[in-house]
Design a protein around this ligand. Structure first.
Ligand SMILES: [Zn+2]
Length: 100
């Protein structure tokens, strides 16, 4: 396919959403989902699978470790958004999750 640079007509692709399977038009080649919602849900599912796999693999030593209430995040979010974000990023790193 011939692509003319900077021609608005050629700068979008018709593709299907990786999460819900609906057809949509993307304006960036890297886009995989039709909406933020689909992207977020997909990320959640992905993360869940990863964590579950990880826990299964290390079950013997993580049974108690992964109990409820573990981790640095608390039930109530911090008042400072920056602090909260930092805590979440630290937690993500600790759980070896990909940063958004
Ligand atoms: Zn979708």
């Amino acid at each position: 396919m011939k692509k003319i640079k900077d021609d608005p007509q050629t700068r979008f692709w018709v593709t299907t959403c990786k999460y819900c399977g609906s057809t949509f038009i993307k304006f960036q080649n890297a886009t995989k989902y039709c909406s933020d919602k689909c992207r977020d849900y997909s990320t959640l599912e992905h993360t869940e699978k990863r964590v579950r796999k990880h826990r299964k693999k290390h079950r013997s030593q993580t049974d108690s470790y992964w109990g409820l209430g573990s981790g640095y995040l608390h039930g109530t979010p911090k008042n400072d958004f920056k602090e909260e974000r930092k805590a979440i990023m630290m937690e993500r790193r600790r759980l070896k999750l990909p940063a958004k």
